[in-house]
Design a protein around this ligand. Structure first.
Ligand code: RTP
Ligand code: MG
Length: 140
């Protein structure tokens, strides 16, 4: 087992419904520790750059718009196998396919308004963490 860090975003559909605390309780209950966290308003440029990997996908424009509709909460989660653990706790991208007890099963409204983002590999986690946080802001 390896102690890892992953980047999590509580998305606008969830911040709008005041669900930050409930979602954090699911993370903490699964053994993930919130070692950095801030509430920010993404710009269109930032959201576009963050999701650049999806630039050619039909949902890119709508994804970027949805990410800037309300503030988001960006956070670093730390724990054993944190990248895979967080993906498990988040549940499937489409809440209709998400397992019982996962954040998306509990809270997501649709495939786009799916409440959370989580890094999908350790390498992407490192890049995504440095996109939002200086090392000095992460306090294990
Ligand atoms: P995420 O990156 O947000 O953690 O989610 P994911 O890996 O489960 O999903 P990904 O394929 O990376 O897609 C990123 C986000 O784009 C939205 N999406 N919309 N309309 C659609 O068919 C569609 N497909 C994906 C979702 O909000 C997804 O989280
Ligand atoms: Mg993804």
């Amino acid at each position: 087992m390896a102690l890892e860090r992953t980047l999590s975003i509580i998305k606008p559909d969830a911040t709008k419904r005041n669900l930050t605390g409930k979602i954090n309780a699911v993370f903490e209950g699964a053994g993930l520790r919130i070692v950095a966290q801030k509430r920010i308003q993404l710009t269109e440029k930032q959201a576009g750059a963050f999701y650049a990997v999806h630039k050619e996908r039909p949902f890119y424009g709508s994804l970027v718009s949805s990410m800037i509709a309300e503030p988001v909460v960006v956070q670093v989660l730390q724990g054993e196998n944190a990248v895979a653990k967080n993906r498990e706790v988040m549940g499937a991208t489409n809440p209709a396919d998400a397992a019982e007890g996962t954040v998306r099963k509990l809270f997501a409204e649709s495939i786009e308004a799916n409440s959370v983002h989580g890094s999908d590999s350790l390498e992407n986690a490192k890049n995504e963490i440095s996109f939002f946080f200086a090392e000095t802001e992460i306090l294990p």
